[in-house]
Design a protein around this ligand. Structure first.
Ligand SMILES: Cc1ncc(C[n+]2csc(CCOP(=O)(O)OP(=O)(O)O)c2C)c(N)n1
Ligand SMILES: [Mg+2]
Length: 544
């Protein structure tokens, strides 16, 4: 057995089923070991997409996704994916090759210090310097990637270590680790705070979307009957139509949902992660904030909770509900605002304008997606509209990145979702800018035989930045571009492409796309004049 074979055996020991990536010559021993293993190699057309897919595997399953690249240029292409997983708290293990460490037959050719490059982008970045430590290093890497707060880990395997004879070293079996629960005294204090609130409100943040949490969170909300809103990445974490949903905070202030936030005297922030664009801004006055988290809150200018309940979130919330159920006469005090807030958000959703308004697109997508269908967003202006307007009833059915907020991740994340859940409808929603940053992966999606519809929103511009430019009073400059004919482009990949030609054309195009199976592209022109009208003119005056 050589080092590469031992590494692959250690990955199998961690339950790894697939590795995403683009190997290079320094990975050839590893590749050969992979060929003889139970692990599938999923080749992508760019390393960045491999990292986005591996990270999304971690996000959706809680188990680290794994990606593989060569040294130097290939490894550097992982950096955005590493940051995506680091900011988004997604467990991922990245394996990169390197020239031999004991001799330098190619001098410095292609050598970049990747461990140093990855250090600020990961929870751990380490070179494997000998075969004997491979089992313990791999076990440690997966433990760290998975453990709260989850994130990426980088392991570098030099080619001479990969080829070196490995001693008989036993692998280390993974085992479940239960997290500690919140302390009883902290639970009592939290219960007291909530009992005393006149206008309590629950906020569900990014960590509320961790895969195993949905049941306990939904029970907590159902038992206490306190209305809730969510951050963009906390969307969908309460199951079912509870009647308590007050909206999603896609802006930091002045959106309709802030009418409830501004009235609240206590906000119970469950799983808030300050990597997200702030859902509301704390200041010298305003509501008390109780932070419920796996880990203590990060203190920021705009987030400094007054009390904290730290421990495994699900069971700790159950203990909290045990103390409070049926004892909160003021639980629903903010509920009367709900109807108005949701009605304002839902306005103009069936308008028949062409090009389509963002509201209409969100509305039509919701019509076509079943409750368990998964919508994966890239980053652009439409993300705000989907976050505000798209209603979710099942956890992780609207995947968006409000942490690194990188363009280019929408399609790969949808591909990962389609691989993990072949029986569910999966839709990637991308702007014409972001789509073209990873559109080469259409070939990967077609080759893998995925069922997936890709919706491209066409405004011939980096619309989000163009909007900000307008809002801040700058001249309209430099943000427009031309596009390929997306229907022909789809055909070139052997896929079907459809252009939406009328306001009522989106729903049938999406339905046909899903019915037809395989990978399909639908392109729809979008009218962003609503950005200014709603997000600035209307919401700018919402408080007056
Ligand atoms: C990799 C990357 N580059 C640049 C940005 C800055 N940025 C955010 S949104 C955006 C424009 C997105 O354009 P498009 O994908 O067409 O979506 P639109 O806003 O037009 O709907 C840009 C350039 C980013 N977030 N990520
Ligand atoms: Mg665009």
């Amino acid at each position: 057995m050589n080092g590469a074979q031992l590494l692959v055996a250690a990955l199998e020991n961690e339950g790894v089923k697939r590795i995403f990536g683009v190997p290079g010559e320094e990975n050839l021993d590893f590749l050969e070991a992979l060929r003889r293993s139970s692990i599938e190699l999923v080749l992508t057309r760019h390393e960045q997409a491999a990292a986005f897919m591996a990270a999304t595997h971690g996000r959706l399953t809680g188990e680290a996704g794994v990606c593989l690249t060569t040294l130097g240029p290939g490894a550097l292409n992982l950096t955005t994916g590493a940051a995506y997983a680091q900011l988004g708290a997604m467990p991922m293990v990245m394996i990169t090759g390197q020239k031999g460490v004991l001799s330098r037959k190619q001098a410095r050719f292609q050598i970049v210090d990747i461990v140093s490059t990855m250090t600020p982008l990961t929870k751990m970045a380490q070179r494997i310097v000998g075969t004997a430590t491979i089992p313990s290093t791999v076990r440690e890497a997966f433990r760290i990637a998975r453990q709260e707060r989850p994130g990426p880990v980088h392991l570098e395997l030099p080619e001479d270590v990969a080829a070196a004879q490995a001693p008989e070293v036993a692998l280390i079996a993974p085992h479940l680790i239960a997290m500690p629960l919140a302390d009883p005294a902290a639970l009592d204090r939290a219960a007291q705070l909530i009992s005393g609130a006149q206008y309590p409100l629950v906020m569900l943040g990014a960590a509320a979307s961790r895969p195993p949490l949905a049941g306990a969170l939904s029970d907590f909300v159902r038992r206490l009957q306190i209305p809730f809103f969510n951050t963009q990445m906390g969307k969908g974490s309460v199951a079912g139509g509870s009647g308590l949903y007050m909206g999603t905070a896609a802006l930091s202030e002045r959106d309709y949902v802030h009418q409830a936030i501004d009235r609240a005297d206590l906000i119970i922030c469950i799983g808030h992660d300050t990597v997200e664009k702030p859902p509301f801004l704390m200041g010298p006055t305003g509501p008390s904030v109780l932070h419920v988290g796996y880990l203590p809150a990060n203190i920021e200018e705009v987030y400094f909770p007054h009390a904290e309940l730290i421990g495994d979130i699900g069971p700790s919330l159950t203990l909290l509900a045990d103390r409070l159920e049926g004892l909160l006469p003021r639980a629903g005090a903010l509920l009367p605002l709900r109807e108005h807030i949701l009605a304002r958000i839902g306005e103009r959703a069936d308008e028949r304008r062409y090009p389509l308004t963002p509201q209409r697109i969100v509305h039509d997508v919701r019509q076509v997606m079943p409750e368990d269908g998964i919508v994966c967003l890239d980053n652009g202006m439409y993300k705000i509209w989907f976050a505000r307007n798209y209603r979710t009833r099942i956890a992780n059915t609207l995947l968006l990145d409000n942490a690194l907020a990188t363009m280019g991740a929408g399609l790969p994340s949808a591909m990962m979702a389609a691989m993990l859940y072949p029986a569910r409808r999966v839709l990637a929603v991308c702007g014409d800018g972001g789509f073209m940053m990873s559109s080469q992966e259409l070939e990967t999606a077609v080759r893998l035989g995925l069922n997936l519809v890709v919706l491209v929103l066409e405004d011939n511009a980096y619309g989000m930045i163009r909007w900000k430019q307008a809002v801040e009073g700058f001249a309209d400059f430099g943000m427009t571009f031309g596009n390929p004919d997306f229907v022909t482009y789809a055909k070139a990949y052997g896929m079907k492409g459809t252009r939406v030609e009328s306001a009522d054309g989106l729903i049938p195009a999406l339905r046909e796309g899903f019915a037809g199976g395989g990978v399909q592209l639908v392109v729809v022109p979008i009218d962003y004049s609503e950005n200014l009208r709603v997000l600035i003119e209307e919401l700018g005056s919402v408080r007056e």
